[in-house]
Design a protein around this ligand. Sequence first.
Ligand SMILES: NC(=O)c1ccc[n+]([C@@H]2O[C@H](COP(=O)([O-])OP(=O)(O)OC[C@H]3O[C@@H](n4cnc5c(N)ncnc54)[C@H](O)[C@@H]3O)[C@@H](O)[C@H]2O)c1
Length: 277
Amino acid sequence: MTDSALPSDLHLAFIGGGNMASAIIGGLRRQGVAAERIDVVEPFEASRDALRAAHGIEAHAAAGDFLARAGLIVWAVKPQSFREAAAPVAPHAGQALHLSVMAGIRAGDLAAQGGSARVVRCMPNTPALVGKGMTGLFASAAASAQDRALAESVIRTTGDALWIEREEQLDAVTALSGSGPAYVFYFLEAMERAGTQMGLTAEQARRLAVGTFAGGSALAADSPETLATLRERVTSKGGTTYAALTHLDQAGMQDAFVGALHAAAVRAKELGDEFGR
Ligand SMILES: NC(=O)c1ccc[n+]([C@@H]2O[C@H](COP(=O)([O-])OP(=O)(O)OC[C@H]3O[C@@H](n4cnc5c(N)ncnc54)[C@H](O)[C@@H]3O)[C@@H](O)[C@H]2O)c1
């Protein structure tokens, strides 16, 4: 495969080489982006070794002149580490486009710290590791159509992408799809636990649960029906599903779940507010 959507002379630099950087670098490498075109700044030796072993790319302990060749800088540190990470990077960043995966950190703060107003923020999720990511993207006013296309083509190496028009909507994206895989695993854990309590092995329960999530998602993706209709088709009157959903409703499950997503969005906004202070 070739990376035809990306300019062939583009160099990319990642600031932070943890889970999310590794997922995007993996996507780029699978699409044929040469290892020589990717630099990473990652202070922890064990993480640098892991990046070299997994992707064959060059990982540096600290920022330096090599960053000047990057046309795209991807910010992939924890929001709490951004200020410390940005200070040594900004003097070398030149006119690069900045693409951030950090939760909460706003485009204005990215521009101020990174030294360029050409900022695209995005919120990926960990299924990016297997090319099944779902990412929300937001472009600042100073980002050109070409900048948007470049950011999207990088993100699309990891799965699907959706543009949003208002920056504050990224907090909702973070709550829904950014944190979302954790909710899926939480439900899968509960299904596995119930399965073993009812006499299945853990392996059997996990396979049934994971297959059901994958199948349910594929059916929802393919179907023009509402989610409520798809649910009702499983729910025979007086049957087993009805018994289960009645129990969930009596426990206030749906309201609790909706409340959980609001809590995540509030936290995403707080992270941005804390940084701006
Ligand atoms: N993990 C997720 O599900 C997920 C999803 C979407 C977005 N994000 C966002 O991605 C970002 C990274 O998350 P992650 O899960 O990859 O975290 P992580 O801890 O795996 O990676 C962060 C990396 O940054 C490195 N780092 C720390 N200080 C640094 C510095 N001064 N300079 C350069 N690198 C430094 C750390 O050593 C670490 O390897 C976060 O801002 C998070 O909000 C994460």
